[in-house]
Ligand binder design. Structure first.
Ligand SMILES: Nc1ncnc2c1ncn2[C@@H]1O[C@H](COP(=O)(O)OP(=O)(O)OP(=O)(O)O)[C@@H](O)[C@H]1O
Length: 267
């Protein structure tokens, strides 16, 4: 197992034209930590992950991976350290699952774009990690939404990075595969020492699988801590704009939410 890498987001401001999104985000993710990022639609979760992956540059502040400022790393050097599972991506007509997952190896390619020796075992392992090896020769555009989501996760794993950023990894998945994917993430993080940040809309999953929950509102971190401390009726109301109760799982002890009704929201 290689040493896990930590992430530091320092005073980050970012906006799209005419739309400020992040307004001074500070966040330190310890090496090997499994963090869930929660918040309302449009509050900036995906933007924060894109900044942490080096796909966007902060207007102010900086993002460090393992102590190195991402702004000083080339796109390829960053992609060797951090993989991002995007929220969605278009299907590529005629591309097989194996071919798509191999795209995850682009950062590991040599200067002439050739796959280095040893790439295929990484691709095979990624296909196995999410249980899609039997589909390797199928066309991606012939897969269901949930099947495609798992293949996209395999592509991110094929990058073989120490930091994994997952933007809604359970989207399109049935409950069986939601649990399967989240347990796989927990297992890989333990086995390979990955640092994981994942955006989850399901607070029940965040409370059960993450060791830390970070909540964003209006472009700022407004709650940050262990699920047992952070998941409260106040968080439901203030951050997720839902009135509800919070109890405890009788066996696991993690917080369980009983949402009741939505509260007014500006977004
Ligand atoms: N490429 C873009 N150009 C302009 N505005 C954008 C762009 N991408 C996102 N935004 C806007 O920035 C804000 C934050 O978007 P972001 O995707 O980070 O939110 P999010 O918290 O991930 O939302 P969701 O839960 O819906 O995925 C939103 O208001 C969105 O409309």
């Amino acid at each position: 197992m290689t040493e896990p890498l930590g992430i530091r987001v320092e005073g980050v401001h970012f906006g799209y034209p005419a739309r400020p999104v992040l307004r001074g985000v500070d966040l330190t993710v310890a090496p090997g930590q499994l963090t869930a990022l929660v918040g309302l639609n449009g509050c900036g979760k995906s933007t924060l992950l894109r900044l942490a992956a080096g796909l966007l540059r902060p207007e102010r502040g900086r993002v460090l991976l393992g102590g190195d400022d991402l702004a000083r790393l080339s796109r390829r050097a960053a992609a060797r350290r951090v993989a991002l599972l995007h929220q969605s991506s278009p299907a590529v007509p005629g591309m097989t699952v194996r071919h798509l997952v191999r795209q995850g190896r682009y950062a590991a390619r040599g200067p002439l774009g050739m796959l280095r020796e040893g790439d295929d075992p990484v691709v095979r392992r990624a296909l196995r990690d999410v249980g899609v090896e039997d589909w390797a020769e199928r066309d991606v555009d012939a897969l269901s939404g949930g099947e495609r989501q798992r293949v996209r996760l395999a592509m991110a794993l094929a990058q073989d990075t120490r930091v994994l950023l997952l933007d809604e990894p359970t989207t399109y998945l049935d409950l069986h595969h939601q649990l399967d994917v989240l347990q796989t993430v927990v297992r890989l993080r333990e086995e390979r020492g990955l640092t994981v940040v994942m955006v989850l809309h399901d607070l029940a999953h965040a409370a059960r699988f993450a060791e830390r929950i970070v909540a964003l509102r209006d472009g700022r971190v407004v709650a940050d801590g262990a699920p047992r401390q952070v998941v409260t009726p106040g968080l439901l109301a203030d951050v997720l704009r839902v009135a509800g109760r919070v109890g405890r799982d009788p066996e696991g002890g993690w917080p369980v939410c009983y949402p009741d009704h939505p509260l007014p929201t500006r977004i």
